[in-house]
Design a binder for this molecule. Structure first.
Ligand code: ADP
Ligand code: NI
Length: 217
């Protein structure tokens, strides 16, 4: 199977699987990450086929919804590729990327071992900030029944993946616990340039949100 065939097969499987997802991991998120990753590859390099597959498969199993496993996603992606008779060496690369991409807490180190992993991670992170990132955060909070904001609950910068994934807070805290930190965690120059603009929009949003919250005449 050539590169175009495997990518289009995985695309149609994932599109079907994610069409009805409402937790911020809908097909359109995957599609945006895929488009951004291929855009980043043009200036940053890396193997396009591996980047395309990892972008399409990066959320195939999410630790927030799979009982907490950080490695099941990579394993599922690997199996899917092998079942389509894909090369096991390349499928292994895709598995490795998927297991490295996810955000695991403010003070937890996020290692990426290849340019392909750095690009997919950047593309995923760019989709968590800016106007779309804001919309996704409140969609996620609403799905979990969380309040928009509660001034009595301050943010926590988590030291472990366990602490981060078990935290229950309001959505404004998510900005301080993750979204505002992402700019400094972007890997590639091209993503940093895009991220800077999206980050400024997050700050403007928070400023206006707080002004409206504390409105007094
Ligand atoms: P990604 O798909 O970018 O890897 P996640 O799987 O961590 O991101 O989360 C999916 C979306 O939901 C992201 O936009 C993320 O910022 C948002 N999200 C995750 N956890 C929370 C939370 N506790 N509160 C609000 N939004 C969240
Ligand atoms: Ni994602």
């Amino acid at each position: 199977m050539n590169s175009t065939e495997i990518v289009s097969q995985i695309k149609s499987i994932i599109q079907k699987q994610f069409e009805n997802e409402s937790t911020g991991h809908d097909w359109f998120h995957i599609e945006r990450v895929y488009n951004m990753a291929t855009f980043l590859q043009k200036s940053e390099g890396g193997n396009l086929e591996i980047i395309e597959l990892a972008a399409l498969l990066h959320d195939v199993s999410d630790h927030k919804f799979n009982g907490g496993s950080a490695t099941l996603g990579g394993d599922i992606a690997f199996e899917m590729l092998i079942n389509l008779n894909y090369s096991s060496v390349k499928a292994e690369k895709v598995r490795e990327i998927i297991n490295q991409v996810s955000f695991k807490g403010a003070n937890v180190e996020h290692l990426t071992s290849s340019i392909e992993a750095k690009i997919v991670q950047d593309a995923d992170r760019l989709d968590a900030i800016g106007a779309i990132g804001i919309a996704r955060a409140f969609a996620y909070g609403g799905n979990k029944g969380r309040p928009l904001y509660d001034p009595s609950i301050p943010p926590v910068l988590h030291d472990s993946f366990d602490a981060y994934k078990n935290a229950k807070s309001h959505t404004i805290n998510h900005f301080h616990e993750k979204l505002l930190l992402l700019r400094r965690k972007l890997n590639t120059r091209t993503a940093i340039n895009i991220g800077n603009e999206r980050h400024e929009f997050l700050e403007l949003f928070l400023k206006n949100f707080m002004n409206e919250w504390n409105f007094s005449q």
